[in-house]
Design a protein around this ligand. Sequence first.
Ligand SMILES: [Zn+2]
Length: 210
Amino acid sequence: MKHQAIREQLLETVVKANEVGLIRLSAGNISIRTGKHLAAITPSRIKYHQMKVEDISIVDLEGHLIDGLTPSSETPMHTAIYRNLPDVGAICHTHSSFAITFAMLGEEIPPANLELFACGAPIPVAPWACPGTPKGGEVTVEIFRSRPDLKVVLLEKHGLVAIGRKLTHAYEMALNAEVGLRTYHQALMVGKPQPLTDAQLEEIKAAYGE
Ligand SMILES: [Zn+2]
């Protein structure tokens, strides 16, 4: 099988993401850049718990299928990010519960806890783009370009996109975002969470060398 190692790596992360509820059924999609002009991406309409290594789609960065099953309908967003942001090596797009919750509200998420800070909070909400259309790529690329430290963007009424140099980074950012948003939601239910102060942010940056 061609591209076996990258497909196995992607499927391993799909299984993990499915287990922790970041993706479910066939909603959400994950990809890795491979070589100069290709990406491996989860296929369209295959349930994650039934996905096999050979099902993983290999596409070029224009979205044309090279090998495997028909790629995710949201491939245009992934390929637009790879074409425009050369440092991005992997993308994790989730329809996870708390990402959708805050994506519906449409308000920027402050750095209210360390998980959100790790994602590059404040986390903006990209304007509505119908899934599967090129607009999803345009709105996310524009935001990531203007915010080089940002790892996560919410997609209005849809979910989130997490990026990373490697697949582990993108996956961990999607998970950080979901935990950060869930706990932020819990705090909103019982009180008024305060964002990390500028002094606290400086302390964290000094401690972690950022
Ligand atoms: Zn989606």
